[in-house]
Design a protein around this ligand. Structure first.
Ligand SMILES: *Cc1c(COP(=O)(O)O)cnc(C)c1O
Length: 409
């Protein structure tokens, strides 16, 4: 399937098309960066107004109980749970993915005190590996990096304490077989931590079924929680009850308002809280998760694969001969974005943004386009390729104004 005309037919038959109504999408923009910051749900502003004008302004501190702010991290966690295959009371939302990685690594490390190696990938998202470096320094552990494109299972042995991987690679969108890698880690006696930042909201997940030990992930990407929305943490119930996490803040205490002298962890997942919850961000995220109620994840996955397939087919057909190389797998072992290596990728992306197509750029040479099945259309996929083709054919990207590098790409 490679024609621009196919897009209209696919949109007409798309069971998820009505979901687009739930989002504010600016006129004149084709948004292909929902893998970095999801679109705003239309109901978010009203919810935030209520939190500001009623809960904060009028009820003031009473809202911790009257508006149940105190339990918001768990209530929102219960809304994330079905999207990752977890049960109620198994997910908490708070802090950032980076901070939650630290908590999980610390807890996982404590589960395997006799082992010294943390296994990760060389091309993991940088913050994941930076956090691993920090833990390795303080815990005197060793880091074993699996080279890009290598099966991490081959690097497992009896010295590995913890395996930390990101299921969908942020550059290439290549996807690990979560269940198979988790099973192999367990056979080797290691604890498995998954970063689901680029999976949640596009890939059906079953952390319980796969017996995952720990999982974390962003909520501001495909879940559309808003800039800086807090991240989720899943911990297998047996671990949550048996081991403490290292950021032993008061909100994870058994009885925070007893103001006891010493830390005692709360029962189960609440102990993964640290400080005071981010109520405004949690409220916006709560609204965005309401959009997911009743959404069939297999339909989401099917649309995601079709959108990325259509994009790759059209790019190959219409943008050949301009030095582009698609680095995203053509088989189904991929997430919901497509990356294209190109020596002049940065100015091409800048020209596309000016032409109304928002993608992003990842150093050194990747143009990245994310496809959000809840609000993206196939017609937009086709139009984005048409605009890219025009920019390549006319050489519009050569304008020197596109060469200056912006602070956030
Ligand atoms: C986006 C992303 C992060 C971001 O972490 P923050 O702490 O929220 O900034 C971490 N890991 C992966 C794999 C990501 O894709």
């Amino acid at each position: 399937m490679t024609s621009f005309e196919d897009a209209g037919r696919l949109d007409a038959a798309d069971p998820l098309a009505p979901k687009r109504q739930a989002f504010h999408l600016p006129d004149g923009v084709i948004y292909l960066d929902g893998n970095s910051l999801g679109a705003m749900p239309k109901r978010a502003p009203a919810r935030l107004r209520t939190v500001l004008e009623t809960e904060w302004a009028e009820r003031l501190i009473r809202s911790w109980t009257e508006s149940d702010w105190i339990n918001l991290p768990l209530r929102v966690g219960d809304r994330v749970a079905p999207l990752i295959g977890a049960g109620p009371g198994e997910v908490v939302v708070g802090d950032s993915t980076s901070v939650n990685l630290y908590k999980c690594l610390g807890a996982a490390r404590a589960l395997r005190p006799d082992r010294r190696v943390i296994l990760t990938e060389q091309d993991n998202f940088p913050t994941d590996n930076y956090i691993i470096e920090g833990i390795a320094r303080s815990e005197r552990m060793e880091i074993r990096y699996v080279p890009a494109g290598t099966d991490p299972r081959e690097a497992l042995d009896e010295r590995v304490a913890v395996v930390l991987l990101t299921q969908v690679n942020y550059r290439t969108a290549a996807m690990h077989d979560l269940a198979a890698v988790t099973a192999a880690a367990h056979r080797a006696g290691a604890v498995m931590i998954w970063d689901l930042s680029h999976s949640v909201g596009v890939v059906p997940l079953d952390v319980r079924g796969a017996a995952v030990d720990f999982a974390v992930g962003c909520t501001y990407k495909y879940l559309n929680g808003g800039p800086g929305a807090p991240a989720f943490t899943y911990v297998a119930p047996a671990h949550a009850a048996s081991v403490a996490q290292p950021l032993s803040g008061w909100m994870g205490h058994k009885t925070p308002f007893a103001f006891a002298q010493h830390y005692e962890p709360a029962a189960e997942i609440r102990r993964y809280l640290c400080g005071t919850p981010q109520i405004l961000s949690l409220a916006a995220l709560d609204e965005s998760l309401a959009v997911w109620d009743g959404v069939d994840m297999s339909a989401v996955r099917e649309k995601s694969l079709r959108m990325t397939q259509l994009f790759m087919d059209l790019v190959e057909r219409h943008c050949a001969g301009h030095g582009l190389e698609i680095v995203t797998p053509r088989n189904a072992q991929r997430g919901s974005h497509v990356s294209i290596a190109c020596a002049h990728g940065y100015p091409v992306i800048r020209a596309m943004v000016e032409g109304g197509v928002i993608g992003d750029f990842r150093a050194p040479d990747l143009m990245r386009f994310g496809f959000a099945p809840l609000y993206g259309s196939y017609a937009e996929v086709a139009e984005a390729v048409r605009i890219m083709q025009e920019i390549l054919v006319t050489g519009a990207w050569r304008d020197p104004k596109y060469a200056t590098v912006l602070a956030v790409t």
